[in-house]
Write a protein that binds this ligand. Structure first.
Ligand code: MN
Length: 266
């Protein structure tokens, strides 16, 4: 369900006509197990992003994130060195004067303050509204719009509860890793391969978001069904997921400039 009490944040960019574009990505599901996808992300941050004013990551950057304390784990832990490598990479954006905004997904909702600081990122609430190139644009991960999946919405409310998060984070790192992996294999296999309408956004949730945010453009990820949909209240762009470690690699990003939104390959 869309939280109608959310105070829509506001970010202004691109006021000047020659302003640099904004780039949007989501659902990279990064882990040390998919080196080609990781390499594509490295190229995107080190090369592609140089043209951008800011990069917006709209959730599920990581396959899972079990707590920021992974950043302090010993270098012998492959997960820890991977996490540190990714945060260091992202930090180079701010060193080059490029903004980085990160929204939580359903896999990495435990990305916390420490991660944001190390990555040089600003956290974005979900949903969030930016104003750029003269238009208001709503941003969301997308899982909150899949309101037909009641069981998942129940889990989402629990997982985003601060007390539940504190209790989970109090568990040892390895216990959390085990829980995280079990939850993934259980829920995601069916969710992402299935074409069931239940796992897509609902017209009602999308309509409510457009109306509550007073926008006519929405960008979200999560469903892994990249497209441009003309809805009653506005245009809904769905970001592609990234998967380059398979025979038919896929991925991409959205670019926003004075001419509007355009989908681009990696
Ligand atoms: Mn997702």
């Amino acid at each position: 369900m869309i939280d109608t009490k959310t105070t829509f944040g506001h970010e202004t960019a691109g006021a000047a006509h020659n302003a640099r574009p904004l780039f949007f990505i989501a659902d990279l599901h990064l882990s040390e197990a998919i080196p080609r996808t990781v390499a594509a992300f490295e190229h995107f941050i080190e090369v592609t992003a140089n043209e951008a004013d800011s990069v917006f990551i709209l959730g599920d950057l990581f396959e899972f994130w079990i707590g920021d304390d992974i950043l302090d784990a010993p270098a012998t832990d492959a997960r820890a060195s991977f996490a540190r490598r990714m945060t260091r990479l992202m930090h180079t954006l701010s060193e080059r004067g490029i903004g980085l905004y990160v929204m939580h997904g359903n896999r990495d909702f435990l990305l916390g303050k420490r991660f944001m600081k190390d990555a040089g990122a600003m956290p974005l609430p979900d949903p969030f509204v930016i104003t750029a190139f003269g238009r208001r644009i709503a941003l969301a991960h997308g899982d909150g719009l899949c309101t037909a999946d009641r069981a998942y919405q129940g889990f989402r409310a629990f997982a985003r509860n601060r007390l539940a998060q504190r209790l989970f984070l109090a568990l040892p790192l390895d216990t959390r890793l085990g829980i995280g992996q079990r939850m993934r294999t259980k829920s995601e296999g069916a969710r992402m391969t299935g074409v069931k309408a239940k796992y897509d956004v609902t017209k009602k949730a999308v309509s409510e978001l457009f109306i509550n945010s007073r926008t006519h453009t929405l960008i979200h990820g999560h469903t892994h069904r990249p497209a441009m949909h003309r809805e009653v209240e506005g245009v809904r762009w769905v970001l592609p997921d990234w998967e380059l470690d398979i025979d038919t690699p896929r991925g991409g990003y959205l670019r926003l400039d004075a001419d509007g939104v355009s989908p681009l390959p990696l």
